[in-house]
Write a protein that binds this ligand. Structure first.
Ligand SMILES: [Zn+2]
Ligand SMILES: [Zn+2]
Length: 215
């Protein structure tokens, strides 16, 4: 399985301090520091750098040249002034919520025909919406829905859903994702709740046991 690299790159470009890629495993931030990634387009090292005090772009939110001239001052303050440290922490970059994008989640997104999850079961929703189509002894299949019906069906699923499968970002988000976060994990508080969501965990498990799993 090859991942669409564009969507992996967009995880970097959503950081305000992202400057450019040197290659698939090296990134430069707007403060001018080079960060090596542990694997191609693996965002975690860059994320850690962005949230640390090492990235002055984030802690001061000023362009690199200005930071360069006041660098020695900052260094001293940094070392033995706790109050300044706390202030710096409070000025951390606000990050875009990255949702969940580990391989388990990616496999789930790729193998699921649905864009939403955690609401009523698709067959239940379909039977409620189109009782004449899916009577007692007619089994549900998306293929039996016309284009217009399918849109109506997706809307109903969305209304009931707890999480969203984003095929472009290859990430799973809470329906009420806060979009931006100060959490070091780059996952907002709402999305964090999904970690302990029993139904989502079951869906992830179902995919990993059966690679051909379909909802
Ligand atoms: Zn930096
Ligand atoms: Zn979120």
């Amino acid at each position: 399985m090859s991942l669409p690299y564009d969507s992996r790159q967009s995880r970097f470009t959503s950081f305000p301090n992202f400057q450019k890629f040197i290659d698939t495993k090296t990134v430069v931030c707007k403060y001018g520091m080079t960060i090596s990634l542990s694997a191609a387009y693996q965002v975690s090292n860059f994320q850690r750098h962005s949230q640390s005090n090492n990235c002055r772009y984030c802690t001061n939110n000023q362009p690199s040249i200005k930071a360069f001239f006041s660098k020695s001052n900052l260094e001293e303050n940094n070392d033995d002034n706790n109050q300044t440290n706390n202030e710096k922490n409070s000025k951390r970059c606000t990050l875009m919520c990255q949702g969940f994008n580990d391989s388990d989640y990616v496999n789930y997104i790729i193998s699921s025909p649905a864009s939403f999850g955690g609401g009523k079961k698709p067959e239940v929703v379909a039977k409620e919406l189109f009782p004449e189509k899916f009577s007692e002894n007619v089994s549900f299949s998306r293929k039996k829905l016309g284009n217009k019906e399918r849109r109506e069906f997706e809307k109903a699923l969305e209304f009931e859903a707890t999480w969203r499968l984003d095929i472009e970002a290859l990430a799973v988000y809470h329906m009420q994702c806060e979009t931006k976060t100060n959490n070091i994990s780059a996952i907002c508080n709402k999305c964090e709740q999904l970690k302990s969501n029993k139904r989502l965990n079951e869906a992830l498990k179902a995919v990993s046991f059966n690679p051909n799993f379909m909802l």
